[in-house]
Design a protein around this ligand. Structure first.
Ligand SMILES: Nc1ncnc2c1ncn2[C@@H]1O[C@H](COP(=O)(O)OP(=O)(O)OP(=O)(O)O)[C@@H](O)[C@H]1O
Length: 364
């Protein structure tokens, strides 16, 4: 669902602003430190109630202000408008409003505003910890499988209980049984959702990657978090002593991972930075394509920070072409608007914004 109106107040150095973005391509240019990334950050906060630059929201609030606010109107394919707003103050309270009603759950925001972020740190999806790849995978599963969230919450709750019992030292095995039963039920359900999702995503990813870069032989596979040959109940049972010694549960979907390999080697160890960025772009664009294929009402909004960095002209052009072909709303930042202004078809709705010392002005 594209943002048709976006109002940002007291986010980093941005002056209060209301924008009417294009439903397709929005180019945001400006010098270093002008506030381009802060605009993407504001949209990210609206969709996920958190920043992509810091774990806390406190640093995002403008110096000497007590709170920041982001508000937007979204338009569905059927023309139905939704209004989303989020405010966050220095006491760490936040208020979410959806269509004039208070909401507590950030999942409701995420559901209404599916976001995909591509930024200079995105290559970490390949070389970083498994948690990042699980989050990537679960973003997709969450948006296409509505039973995922409750299964995930059940898993988290039962894992927490089992882990706290494990940390008590000598414990009765029978005390663990109800939590283990819940871990197994929720865990196997989550594993099934992830596998079904990946089966649909893989061919789209391969096709998208082929449109961006030549990397024959790159494979994407899934590790579910425990031995493929054995059920989770059996694995939990056999690892009980070790789990007790470590004080936490080692096996289960909380250890799931995606593996990207080239010629049998970890892709992050052999690909250049530019190639890694392209692989990550292909992974994220593939999710956007799949979401669009499965649910016409659920287009995601792409936030692409510093698109030109690390990409040569041909790959920039290919990436812009792919983002354009998605037919969803995209916000792209760059230092020099000329580097990207000619990458679009003449009939694609394009808006251009220029940021200077926190002032955003629409130039086209
Ligand atoms: N809480 C805050 N209040 C006010 N200003 C802030 C706050 N946090 C950061 N800033 C300033 O806001 C600006 C934010 O810059 P931002 O990262 O959005 O720039 P950018 O245009 O994306 O730059 P670059 O091209 O270097 O990535 C910086 O000048 C930074 O010093």
């Amino acid at each position: 669902m594209p943002l048709t109106r976006l109002a940002v107040t007291a986010v980093r150095n941005l002056h209060p602003v209301t924008l009417l973005p294009s439903p397709r391509i929005n180019l945001v240019s400006g010098a270093n430190g002008s506030g381009k990334t802060s605009l993407l950050e504001a949209i990210h906060i609206l969709g996920l109630a958190r920043s992509f630059r810091s774990t806390r929201l406190q640093p995002v609030i403008q110096y000497e202000q007590d709170s920041c606010t982001v508000f937007a109107e979204l338009q569905s394919h059927h023309g139905v408008a939704s209004k989303l707003g989020i405010s966050r103050n220095r006491q760490a309270d936040y208020e979410i409003r959806i269509n004039g009603q208070s909401a507590r759950s950030t999942a409701q925001l995420a559901e209404l505003l599916p976001l995909q972020l591509i930024n200079p740190d995105s290559f970490r999806l390949l070389e970083g910890a498994p948690k990042q790849r699980r989050q990537y995978l679960d973003w997709g599963v969450f948006h296409v499988e509505h039973r995922f969230l409750s299964a995930w919450q059940r898993l988290q709750k039962s894992l927490k209980q089992r882990n706290s019992l494990l940390r008590r030292g000598r414990i009765e095995r029978s005390l663990l049984a109800p939590w283990e039963a819940e871990i197994v039920a929720a865990g196997e359900q989550i594993d099934g959702f992830r596998q079904a999702y990946l089966q649909q995503l893989k061919p789209i990813f391969e096709q998208t990657l082929g449109e961006l870069v030549e990397l024959d032989g790159l494979t994407l596979s899934y590790f579910r978090g425990w031995d493929r040959e054995r059920g989770l109940a059996e694995v939990l049972d056999s690892q009980f002593e070790r789990d007790c010694a470590l004080g936490h549960t080692q096996a289960g979907p909380q250890r799931g991972d995606l593996r990207l390999r080239l010629r049998g080697l970890n892709a992050a160890e052999v690909l250049s930075r530019g190639q890694q960025k392209l692989v990550v772009c292909a992974l994220k664009i593939a999710q956007g394509r799949l979401l669009r294929q499965l649910d016409r009402q659920q287009d995601c909004v792409f936030l692409v920070d510093d698109l030109p960095s690390e990409l040569d002209q041909a790959h920039r052009q290919a990436l812009c072409g792919l983002l354009e072909s998605l037919e969803c709303q995209v916000f792209i930042t760059c230092v020099d608007a000329d580097s990207l202004s000619n990458c679009w078809q003449p009939d694609t709705p394009l808006s251009m914004f220029h940021v200077e010392h926190g002032h955003i002005v629409q130039t086209e």
